[in-house]
Ligand binder design. Sequence first.
Ligand code: MG
Length: 424
Amino acid sequence: MTGRFRWGACSEIGLVRQVNEDSKLTEPPLFAVADGMGGHASGDVASAIAVEVLKAALAKSDSISDAVHNANRAIFQKAAMDPDLTGMGTTLTAMWADDTSAQIAHVGDSRAYLLRDGQLSRLTQDHTVVNRLVQQGRIMPEDADRHPQRSYLERALGVDPEVEVDVHVLDMSPGDRVLLCSDGLFGMIDDDLIQNVLEQESSPQRAAERLCEEAVHAGGNDNVTTVVVDFPNESTASEAMTTRNSAAVAPGRRVDTGPLGSPGSTAPQASAPSPAKPPPPPAMRSSSSSSSHRSGGPGRVVVWVGLLVVVLSAGAYLARMSIKGSWYVGVDGGRVAVFNGVPGSVAGIELGELRNRTELRTDTLPELYQGRLEEGIRANSRKDAGAIVSDLEKLSSAQPAPTPTPPPPGEPPAPALPPVDPPV
Ligand code: MG
């Protein structure tokens, strides 16, 4: 194993975000992109932890799968110890390579692409609600990358103590070019332009920079990070660049070599390229691993309104999130309720799950808040959702008691609805 890779990388904050929550790793033979998320700017903490833990795996010769599981636990534990970091998480798409093969480990909606013989193929599957609907045939693939709910993740690092990790092992060919990127790239430009840039720019560093430039030029709505890695071409192998810590990975090392074409793999299943035909996609062995397998009066009203504005603003900060790690306060059966997930639905599938229905009637609240509850008030955590409920209860107690609507003649009053879960 020589690991004579040429590589380039770029990360841009974009034109909208205040913080770059993406992180990247370029420590040949290990490369990665992580896209953090969470309130209070903690997404950058999560993505930084992910790449640091991954980098440490080089020195310890851990498998890439173990490294990703370790990163998940490190982020989860950090968030559990620091309330300011509650709810943080990150995607991670990583490649551990040698001259003839590459291990791809993946959680979330960053991506790995392969450019081989003029054909661009995607090596990872987005762990998003929208992608699941594409798989089910309920959304057209061409609509997925621009779908308004495309960033709702079903899997991310740091949200739960354990996480399922997709691991693929690919046979690589001389001249292959791999792109790792955050969703700030393919959310702004389409795959045709990505392929054009990868084909036009021979320098991997220039290719990585051009891709960032194109995403920013297209609007720069998100942080954008790109890592471009060229596998040794037989004609240029002697001039290649780098191998640091190459001894960390034994030649031909394989991790989690599951069955070909296991569920979750989007990569085509084929064999070696043939020059007489359009280039086939790479051979790939795939698996998903979970570490569980192993390894009072108007004045008071003003005060509470002010508090609610602060809480609502904090909730609005969460523009991108994991569904499992997200919470909101909404309405169920005319009562204020706490939900796990995000408000709304995609193709008829509700994105939030009822966790606690309170006794607080929404018609005891000002109309402004009734409207916000119908839309769903985002919370950073279940604890924050409970705090919002407490604020609403205090606001309700400051309101004149509503006139109860008498039941129709002959019908008993409606019984109180029990909570679904213990109160938050
Ligand atoms: Mg992003």
